[in-house]
Every structure is written in C-alpha cells, then in structure tokens.
Design a protein around this ligand. Structure first.
Ligand code: MF3
Ligand code: CO
Length: 260
C-alpha cells in the first residue's frame, strides 16, 4: 500500500528532512583523518536530540547506532566503531531523523582528506546519478524510469549498481512502499503520483556489483572489497516536478571549497 501524503504531511516530512540535512552538516564539520566513526555518531545523536528529533535508526530492527557508517568497501548499514578515519578513505554517512511523527532520510559519502582521482570520480558519478534519478521522478512516470536513469548513467561510465538494496517510500515509517531500485526498465513499476514521498539512494561500486552481508545481518560490503559510494535524498512528487526535501547545502557550507 502506497500512502499518498497531504500537503500538511509533506510539510512535516520537510521539517524532518531539514533536521536530518542540518545533522549531516554537523557531521561534515567533523570528518577528518584521525576521527573515529563513533565520534561522528555521538555528534549526530546529540544534535538530533538537542533539536527535538529522534534518531530513527537507533534500535530500528536492532540497529545499534544513530548513523550507518560506510567506510570504503562498506556498502550500507555499517556500525560506528573505534575505527579512525584515514586520509584517502571515503565514508558514507546515512541516517534517518524522526520529527513530530514523520521521517527524513539522507546519505552523503565524504572523501577523507585527499582521495585518489579514481575514487573521487566514483563519488562524483554516484552523486550525479542521484540527480538523474530525481529528474526522472515526474508525476505520471514510473518507478522504473527513476531506476533506469540511475543505472544507465552509472553503467555507461563503467560502474556497477548494487541490486540487493533499494530506495523506498517514507513518511510516518522510515520504510514504506514502494521499493525504489537503482536498476531496471523504463515504464515499469508503480506510477508516480502527486503526494508520493520517496527516497532515492544509489549504491554504486567501482568493481563488481556483488555484495556480502555480514553475520550480524546488517553490515554489508562489496565482495571484491573495492569501494562503494552512496548518496540519498528524500523527495516528494508534485505536479510542478520533483521537490527535493533534504539538501546537501549544510554539507556544502561546512566543507567550503572542499565540497565537490
Ligand atoms: N537509508 C537507510 C535505509 O533506507 C537507513 C537505514 S537506517 C537503519 O536503509 F536503521 F535501518 F539502519
Ligand atoms: Co533510505
């Protein structure tokens, strides 16, 4: 069942999305060599709580933290730990904030210091593919149009698309219908209607598309241990076109000239 949201509900989701966007802006200020991923998690949790939100990942299906941390070969759902970030790493930070009963979900993959040109290109391409997906999210088109836009953009550039994990609807619950895959044919899947709110989240690999899920049932890495990138926005389908409810602006402000 796909729940279409009223304009009032979309404003509530917008508020949650603004808070999650500001949260990742705070995290962005801290990403540097030598910083532990647990520190990033603490910063995010305190910021969310200080601003009246609820860290929705914490305890969700047993997930142990506020942030999903995705260092290098980690694709999704990594746990914060005592690992100290190193120059040349990439770290995806994915989280969901609940505010007044509605959720906002967002992910950004940060370069730590200087990363190799090859990995930087993976980041830029993955972020760009998210916007290609968003562009395709027009009322009257279908989920498959989003999926195909992401897939085509990435595969033409020599990258591979993770298939086991997808984007999703969002609202009162962090995961609602429909599923939003990052691969597939145009013209298939649920029709995009006014009031749908979905998360588009390409997970794109430098090597093969295969992944391995750890025995904890959460943490997921590339099979070949090559890097994987992940970006995510929450968007609403509106007659005027897709409305992006989350924003990378706070991250851009925090990173200054290092934002790419
Ligand atoms: N964006 C992630 C997802 O949709 C957020 C996961 S939070 C977790 O899967 F709690 F499930 F880890
Ligand atoms: Co998500």
């Amino acid at each position: 069942m796909i729940y279409l949201k009223t304009p009032e509900e979309i404003e509530k989701i917008q508020a949650a999305c603004t808070l999650v966007s500001r949260t990742l802006g705070e995290v962005a200020k801290c990403v540097a060599p030598g910083v532990t991923t647990r520190h990033l998690d603490n910063v995010a949790r305190e910021f969310i709580l200080d601003n009246g939100g609820h860290p929705a990942c914490l305890g969700y299906g047993g997930f142990p933290a506020t942030l999903c941390i995705e260092v290098n070969e980690t694709v999704v759902h990594g746990f914060p730990s005592g690992y100290e970030l190193r120059e040349g790493d990439i770290v995806g930070v994915d989280t969901v904030v609940e505010l007044n009963g509605y959720n906002g979900d967002m992910c950004y993959t940060f370069p730590v210091g200087e990363v190799s040109p090859e990995v930087m290109k993976l980041l830029v391409t993955t972020k760009q593919s998210l916007y290609k997906g968003i562009e395709a999210a027009q009322e009257g088109r279908r989920i498959g149009d989003i999926a195909n836009a992401v897939q085509t953009y990435c595969e033409r550039r020599g990258y591979t698309v993770v298939r086991e994990m997808c984007g999703h609807g969002i609202g009162r619950k962090m995961h609602e219908e429909p599923e939003v895959p990052n691969y597939g044919r145009r013209g298939i899947g649920p029709l995009l209607k006014k009031g749908m709110v979905i998360c588009i989240e390409p997970m794109i690999n430098l090597g093969s598309r295969n992944i391995v899920i750890m025995s904890d049932g959460w943490q997921c890495r590339t099979k070949d241990r090559k890097p994987s990138a992940h970006y995510e926005h929450t968007i609403a389908i509106e007659p005027e076109g897709p409305r992006v409810l989350t924003t990378f602006d706070y991250i851009a402000q925090a990173l200054g000239e290092n934002f790419v």
